[in-house]
Design a protein around this ligand. Sequence first.
Ligand code: 2AM
Length: 178
Amino acid sequence: MNTAVQRLFLALWPGDAVRARLMQVRDTVPARGRPVADANLHLTLVFMGSVAVSRRPAVEAAAAGAAAPAFTLELDQVGYWPRARVAWLGSTAPPPALTGLVDCLQTRLASAGFGDPDPRPYRPHVTLLRHVDKRLGPPPALQAPVTWPVSSVSLVESVTCAAGAEYRVLHTWPLGGH
Ligand code: 2AM
């Protein structure tokens, strides 16, 4: 029996232009923490945690069958979560299409036997810095929101290596094709 596991999550994975904007915003936050590496910036939709490699096809089927439209996400707010010690970029008004997509994915994954390992309500965010100093002042105001045209969902593996976490996109599915 194959007992190997992968640490998996479904995410919105930015293209080059959106990634460049996320990097700009990250760099406006006082550097009192560890900035997330350029290549790691993303927005998690559903975190699955450790999944047996043999169960990955079931995850892929759940993601592939999600019928949801493409949409535009406006990220217009920087904030800090002092307990988690992260600085993040989020949205003051997450679009219903985003919450609908997450609900759809969660429901499909639950039907395939993947419970949600995180009981907290979903709060869409891009983590910008980790291990932030608790004495950080008020978060910086954004000059302009980050406009993210969302047209796909990615399955991503989190691999821990000497330099920290590395995220590998395993598969990407288009939205709006149903
Ligand atoms: P974070 O950036 O807020 O830490 C890979 O670890 C991705 O999955 C990150 O975006 C991370 O969110 C998210 N993640 C990690 N552990 C999680 C958990 N227990 N519940 C929800 N999301 C989690």
